[in-house]
Design a protein around this ligand. Structure first.
Ligand code: 13P
Length: 323
């Protein structure tokens, strides 16, 4: 099957905003809202967002915004994090059913029991988890800062890393330290076939960048492993004109705009239905963005006591992530 190849953005037509996009922007102004979008949502939403980025960048934006309303186009743990950081603001989600397979793999009760098995461990939790799991954690990390966060702990400190075992194993490789890994994974990234990646790499004679949520055999056939945001600089600076991308497919929209002179190719599978998509991110549609701004619903609620506990490890992450 032919690979999905995106020509350079600079040579592509740039359609004007649609009436629906205009309507969203009008509602956004009326509500004094900010639209935050993850790199994994569809292009029509990315194009009207005030900020489009990775989990770390979005957390900073959510913390620092002066808007009254945050529309979070991503998945539930991201919107929940924004609410935890901004209890007084209204945080809207286009579709409240957008969850995350990693989040589902780890409940707060299970993590608390795990902590009892390994007493005196520090708990570093990937941001892809519930507020209740965050409240059980010492510090949160994203894929963009996981190495830096883990390295903040003394070398002899035992660390439980939850819930992504693949991100955890990558951090182990980068830091040279063993951790106790929770057995969870992202179902989209976990299912790449390393052989198919090797084949497309050889056929196009182009480098591959992948996300650290990919399993080791996949990471091992790729040229660079990084968070979605770091892919931009890497793609810009890599001498190759063509870059193969092994992460959720919509990331290529952001890469094309930021690096408009390069050709981007989605790592296989090679049809648009079966290429790597996140079924939860895909629940975000422009219609639902319009509806949530119009109806001021669904709006995220977090128990204030839980929010207080969960805020600490998130704020610690933001503090530790400063340059
Ligand atoms: P980042 O936002 O850290 O790049 O991670 C993307 C992701 O896979 C979220 O599940």
């Amino acid at each position: 099957m032919e690979p999905i190849i995106f020509p350079p953005y600079k040579d592509s037509p740039k359609p004007a905003l649609s009436p629906l996009q205009e309507e969203v922007l009008r509602l956004k102004r009326e509500r004094n809202a900010v639209i935050l979008a993850h790199n994994y949502v569809d292009e029509d939403i990315q194009l009207i967002a005030d900020f489009c980025g990775d989990s770390l960048g979005l957390s900073f934006q959510a913390r620092d915004t002066s808007a009254d309303v945050i529309v979070f186009c991503g998945v539930d743990f991201m919107a929940e994090t924004a609410k935890i950081l901004n209890p007084e603001k209204t945080v809207l989600m286009p579709d409240a059913a957008s969850g995350c397979s990693l989040e589902e793999s780890c409940s707060a009760e299970e993590l608390a029991a795990f902590k009892r098995e390994y007493p005196d461990s520090a708990v570093v939790s990937y941001i892809n988890c519930s507020g209740a799991v965050k409240a059980e954690s010492d510090v949160i990390c994203t894929s963009g800062n996981a190495v830096k966060i883990v390295e903040k702990f003394p070398k002899d400190r035992r660390i439980i890393f939850a819930p992504d075992k693949y991100l955890g194993s990558w951090v182990e490789e980068q830091t040279g330290r063993k951790m106790i890994l929770w057995d969870g994974c992202c179902c989209a990234h976990a299912s790449y076939d390393p052989e198919a990646i090797k084949k497309i790499k050889a056929a196009l004679n182009a480098p591959v960048v992948c996300h650290p949520e990919c399993p080791k055999p996949v990471r091992d056939v790729c040229d660079f492993v990084c968070s979605t945001e770091k892919m931009i600089n890497w793609a810009r600076e890599n001498p190759s004109k063509t870059i193969i991308v092994a992460t959720v497919f919509q990331m290529i929209h952001r890469l094309r705009r930021e690096v408009p002179d390069k050709i981007f190719v989605a790592a296989p599978p090679n049809d648009i239905q079966n290429c790597k998509r996140c079924r939860h991110m895909d629940k975000n549609t422009l219609e639902k963005v319009r509806d949530c701004l119009r109806d001021m619903s669904p709006s995220i609620k977090v128990d204030p006591e839980l929010a207080k506990k969960a805020r600490k490890p998130i704020e610690k992450m933001l503090e530790w992530s400063k340059k």
